[in-house]
Design a protein around this ligand. Structure first.
Ligand SMILES: [Zn+2]
Ligand SMILES: [Zn+2]
Ligand SMILES: [Zn+2]
Length: 345
């Protein structure tokens, strides 16, 4: 028997009510993300848009994904993946600190002579006679096009003969060194310094919505409506909950009414009600402890397939059009729950 709190999408087998306050706020937050996910999912699929979620770095947080306009930490996406709502389509590598593993890195440019970070980017100029190199502005005089070497004091007029302009470079404000390529180091948010070759790589998946998610989205509005109606009858209802079966398999349950026994409600749009469906549902119903399963089927569902369902564990509600039958379905479920409590009592 499953004792404990069932939050949207998460099952906590605690049986306790003394959850720390911080945890409840965290649950609240995750609940909001779930609500956002499921409602956006429905919208996005209805518009027929391809949906892909790519990892990216948020400084101070690590890897995040944009989930329909909000940023979600990588761990949260992984729970959707583990729940079968997302599937991975590829991976992206991110450089990470060799010391602490964070991907929150930034580039540091230093003077190769003295390691100072007090450097400036300059247009460089070189006086061929004495070999002095410096920033262009060090050579400028009051007459345009005429330059004077700050080291030897000679006037320089002809580019390519008196002086050269090798392009952009850097000068160190501390040791006055002039260089074209600075020392490049990668610093992490905790201050660990890595050379580029020392960095590790971490891979994160690119996700897209799974078939399971598409299936859920088709019936989402109906599920919400049925849940509202059952709650109005005083029943303890959870949507899109993950339940662990006796075998250890974790199931997505679209609608779950807590009780003794609990009621697992499956809603089956026409296109997924094939020959294998009754077998899968029979196994699922048998595996979820202390529960009765109610399956909502389209009226076109073949009666010969229906015989596979075990009547001890599974009750069937058939409707012509699932999307317009929320109120009838809720009434039928309430009637079944009433009958079960009567039998048990
Ligand atoms: Zn580090
Ligand atoms: Zn000179
Ligand atoms: Zn220097």
């Amino acid at each position: 028997m499953l004792a404990g709190q069932v939050f949207l999408g998460e099952v906590y087998i605690t049986g306790a009510t003394n959850l720390p306050v911080g945890l409840s706020i965290e649950h609240q937050r995750l609940r909001l993300i779930d609500a956002h996910f499921f409602s956006s999912l429905y919208d996005a699929l209805r518009r027929g848009e391809p949906v892909e979620f790519r990892p990216r770095i948020r400084q101070g947080m690590g890897i995040v994904y944009e989930l329909f306009g909000i940023e979600v930490p990588e761990e949260k996406m992984r729970t959707y993946y583990e729940r079968g709502l997302l599937e991975a389509t590829g991976e992206i590598s991110f450089p990470s600190c060799a010391v602490c593993g964070t991907v929150c890195l930034h580039v540091v440019l230093k003077c190769p002579e003295c390691n100072s970070r007090n450097i400036e980017k300059r247009e460089l100029m070189i006086h061929y006679d004495c070999g002095y190199t410096g920033g262009l502005e060090d050579f400028q005089t009051s007459s345009p096009g005429v330059y004077r070497c700050p080291k030897c004091g000679k006037e320089m007029k002809r580019v390519g003969i008196d002086y050269g302009r090798p392009g952009l470079g850097f000068t160190c404000m501390d040791c006055k060194a002039v260089f074209q390529v600075p020392l490049v180091e990668i610093e992490c948010e905790k201050g660990h310094v890595n050379r580029i070759q020392q960095l590790d790589l971490r891979k994160y998946p690119v996700y897209r919505l799974s078939e399971d998610a598409r299936r859920i989205s088709e019936v989402l509005s109906v599920i919400e409506e049925i849940a509202r109606r059952l709650e109005a009858l005083g029943l303890d209802v959870a949507m899109f909950t993950r339940i662990t079966g006796s075998s250890g398999v974790i199931y997505n349950v679209p609608l779950y009414v807590r009780g003794d026994p609990s009621i697992v409600i499956e809603i089956t749009p026409e296109r997924i009600a094939d020959e294998t469906y009754p077998i899968l549902m029979t196994l699922k119903a048998a595996d979820i402890p202390n529960s009765i399963m109610v399956i909502i089927l389209p009226s076109s569902f073949k009666p010969e397939l229906e015989k596979i369902f075990n009547p001890e564990k599974i009750r069937i509600i058939k409707v012509d059009d699932i999307s317009s039958s929320a109120s009838r379905i809720a009434d039928e479920i309430a009637r079944i729950i009433g009958a079960i409590s009567y039998e048990e009592g």
